[in-house]
Design a protein around this ligand. Structure first.
Ligand code: ZN
Ligand code: ZN
Ligand code: ZN
Length: 201
């Protein structure tokens, strides 16, 4: 059996709703246990999914763009590297949320779903003032977080960022306190000047 050890992954970002296509090779796993699948949108770059090698199987975890939960799937390596197309569904909505396989099969499957997604995902007109502001706010939050400037009153600095109905929701991974940041000019100005954000204050 000839195994190519190269796959194409396609997934939808739960933060900005854009589709990313990424090549995955066996090298992505060499020397470490997980390969993150990031959003390719400038200003977003959130982790949309990750693939980890666990007990000689691939564990694929997807941040669901439909229901907002994380879903995990497992695939045996032989299936992962050989099948022309693997798709995994959100168990809540029954909609495919990640495509893995040969590039042309992935492209065809994604094209088939485009109409379906257009109905479900929030429709951000790329040039609208609101989506621009949202990206700026996302940028600010990511920069603050990458610099360790977002924390929780419980002391945790492990914070998740979720996008729900064009509001940013910061969630403390430890105690699950939340802080909602609405997309508006006031909050953008606040973030541009913020030295730090504390959840629960
Ligand atoms: Zn994104
Ligand atoms: Zn889901
Ligand atoms: Zn906390």
């Amino acid at each position: 059996m000839i195994v190519k050890y190269e796959r194409t992954a396609a997934y939808i970002c739960p933060f900005c709703s854009n589709l990313t296509k990424k090549k995955i090779s066996a090298f992505d796993f060499s020397g470490r246990v997980k390969a993150p699948l990031l959003c390719s949108t400038t200003g977003c770059r959130e982790e949309c999914a990750r693939i980890a090698l666990k007990n000689e199987k691939y564990k694929i975890t997807v941040e669901c763009p439909i229901c907002g939960d994380a879903h995990s799937f497992t695939a045996a390596p032989v299936k992962f590297w050989n099948k022309r197309l693997l798709t995994y569904k959100c168990p809540v909505s029954g909609i495919d949320i990640i495509f893995l396989g040969e590039e042309k099969d992935v492209d065809a499957a994604v094209a088939e779903h485009t109409v379906e997604y257009a109905d479900i995902l929030p429709d951000y007109d790329d040039n609208s003032a609101e989506s621009e502001m949202l990206y700026e706010i996302l940028d600010c939050v990511h920069e603050l977080r990458d610099n360790g400037k977002i924390s929780c009153v419980c002391g945790s600095e492990s914070i998740s960022v979720q996008l729900i109905n064009s509001c940013l929701v910061l969630v403390c991974d430890r105690c699950e306190r939340v802080r909602v940041i609405e997309t508006n000019e006031h909050n953008l100005a606040m973030l541009l000047n913020a030295e730090a954000i504390v959840i629960g204050n």
